[in-house]
Design a binder for this molecule. Structure first.
Ligand SMILES: [Fe+2]
Length: 179
């Protein structure tokens, strides 16, 4: 596993802004805490807590380049550039790509001008980082209800043809049942 120190070295290499690193650190800690809780309640999940922590630290590394919706795919590109394409690098890259909202469908990706692909989180680790990220405002932890409300305000006025708000609500209820 990559160490937290190595993840921070990578952030420094690409000059990720301080506030983004602070946000990533909060998301990483929250996601790791939640992973621990989930593992205690449901040992069969066997969530990789170390992976969740480091992936949380790296999930917004693309914001060293762009704060737009493309920061997920940019982050994945940064990971591949610096870490290659071994399994671990692929898993980190996938977290970058799938963490925005509750993921981006192929149809939405096309409409947003992103490279063709399915950016919906699949593994429980990917889902957990999206879930934790949605409830962190800057470096402050809010709650799932706040996250849902924020997405509803932003996309709920008929702009949500692709179901992004519904997916955030579904992701919240998925974890609510488990936690
Ligand atoms: Fe992000």
């Amino acid at each position: 596993m990559l160490s937290a120190q190595e993840a921070l070295v990578l952030h420094n290499k690409v000059q990720t802004p301080e506030n983004v690193i602070a946000h990533c650190t909060t998301v990483a800690k929250l996601a790791r805490d939640l992973a621990g809780k989930l593992n205690r309640k449901n040992p069969e999940f066997n969530i990789d807590e170390d992976f969740v922590y480091i992936a949380g630290l790296l999930h917004d590394i693309g914001r060293s380049v762009s704060h737009g919706i493309d920061h997920g795919v940019i982050g994945a590109r940064i990971i591949r550039t610096f870490m290659g394409d071994d399994d671990l690098a692929k898993r980190f890259a996938r977290v970058c790509e799938t963490h925005i909202g509750a993921g981006i469908s192929p149809e939405e990706a096309e409409g947003l001008g992103l490279p063709a692909g399915d950016y919906i989180p699949q593994t429980i680790e990917e889902k957990l980082i999206a879930y934790a990220d949605n409830m962190v405002e800057g470096d402050r932890v809010r709650d799932p209800e706040w996250a849902e409300e924020r997405f509803r305000e932003r996309f709920g006025n008929g702009l949500d043809s692709g179901g992004a708000v519904r997916r955030v609500a579904d992701l919240n209820s998925f974890f609510k049942k488990l936690l």
